[in-house]
Structure formats: C-alpha cells, structure tokens
Design a binder for this molecule. Sequence first.
Ligand SMILES: CC(C)(COP(=O)(O)OP(=O)(O)OC[C@H]1O[C@@H](n2cnc3c(N)ncnc32)[C@H](O)[C@@H]1OP(=O)(O)O)[C@@H](O)C(=O)NCCC(=O)NCCS
Length: 227
Amino acid sequence: MRASDETLIGPDSGTRVVCANLSHLDAIVQIHQAAFEGFFLESLGSRFLKELYHGFISHPSGICLVAIDGMDVAGFVTGTTQPEGFFRQLLRRRWYAFVLAGAAALTRHPIRVGAKFLSALRYRGERPTDLTNASLLSSIGIAPSARGKGIGRNLISAFCEKAQEAGASTVFLTTDRDKNGTVNHFYISNGFKLHNTFLKERNRWMNLYTRSLIDIQLRMTATKHNT
Ligand SMILES: CC(C)(COP(=O)(O)OP(=O)(O)OC[C@H]1O[C@@H](n2cnc3c(N)ncnc32)[C@H](O)[C@@H]1OP(=O)(O)O)[C@@H](O)C(=O)NCCC(=O)NCCS
C-alpha cells in the first residue's frame, strides 16, 4: 500500500521526498517536458505523459517518488519492481487511452510512432539475464532551477530504499552512452556501476548501469536488531 504523505527523506535535506500521488501528475509532466525536451516520449505530448506517469503512480509494481521543495515539486524519479510485465500490462490495460493521448503524434508520424508503440508492447526494461530481483529505474528529472542541489541524489537514494523494501536486490537503468557525460557521471557518483553497453537503435549506444542494494539491506537489518 502506498502512503503518499510518508516522508522518505527530509526535512533536514531541505526538500522532502514522498511517494507521488495524482495531485503531483501535472508537475511531473512539466518537469519531464523540460528535462527530456526533444526525446521521443516528450514528442508524444503532455496527455500521453500524464497517462504514463498515472500508470507509474497507480500500478502495484510502480515506484514514483517526488521531491517537494516548499510547496513545489522540484523533481521526480520513477520505475518498477517488475520490468518484465509493467509496460505490457499498462499498454494492454489502457491501450485506448494511450492511443488517444498519442493520436496527434501518431497522425503526424504514423510509421515511427506506430513502430515505437509496438516495441513498447515488447519492452521488458532491458533487464540483463544474469540479474534476478532487479528493479528498473525508468527516469529521473529535476526542474532546471533546482538542479545541482543534491535533489537527484536524494531521489535515487529513496528509490533504492523503496525497491529494496519491495524485495529487489539490484536497481538497473539505461542511459545514452554518447554526449551524455553529466548523466553518466551522476549515476556513477550515486553508486551505479557500468554493467554493459548495447546498441539500441542505429547509432544509439546505451550504457546499462546496476546498483546493488546490499548496503541498504544490511543497514535495515542492523536497524531492526538495534530497536
Ligand atoms: C541528471 C539530474 C537528474 C541530476 O540531478 P541533480 O539534482 O541536479 O543532481 P545532484 O545535485 O543530486 O548531484 C548529484 C551528483 O551528480 C553530479 N552532477 C549533477 N549534475 C551535474 C552536472 N551538471 N555536471 C556534472 N556533474 C553533475 C554531481 O557530481 C553530484 O555529485 P557530487 O555530490 O559528488 O558533486 C538532473 O540534472 C536532470 O534532471 N537532468 C535532466 C534529465 C536527465 O537527463 N535525467 C537522467 C536520464 S533518465
């Protein structure tokens, strides 16, 4: 069960990290649009993004956290503890809503957008076969004015704790290998290690990173023993 007002990190850190609820949807979409301008999902429009993040908030295997600074949402992180089934289930359950939400983009670029929809149905989160119990961190975005203040670090940390609580032993994610130095550095500085590199589309190489959750598990066990 999701306790949407449960504070996961803060208030010492200046911002509070909490589980997202539907009242945060518009802010999450706005931050996504600013953070991922020009990327495929952003090109599908705000209705589509709203439908997607609605899925992350409401699906039992979804994790969606927001950082609140004062009254404002300063950033979000989202993912799933079941990468294999999550996207397929979401699309199968709400395919009409996704098609309606992405209709304008579908009309503009039927082949490109249609092909992406089909590949989303097959998408399994690109989990490496040697990883079991692995949660996928799908995306993280911080409002441009709030970057560089440690909010991304807090969100990653809270995401890893949530994934560990849900039984995961590893978190994995993918990000562009090239011309993406800041983001690659950000993940490495947050404890992620390069697992492998793969070609996603023509000329688009991706880095796949993993982070073991054993440190969190050990800390939780120690806390339980001490109380
Ligand atoms: C990448 C992003 C999530 C980082 O969030 P943030 O809140 O600005 O990052 P933090 O302030 O928590 O920084 C944490 C670490 O990341 C590194 N980092 C963050 N921004 C950086 C930058 N612009 N240049 C270099 N390193 C940076 C820092 O090294 C920092 O480590 P340090 O504490 O050792 O200095 C944010 O810049 C963003 O939203 N970018 C656009 C969206 C995106 O690309 N998302 C990731 C792909 S899914």
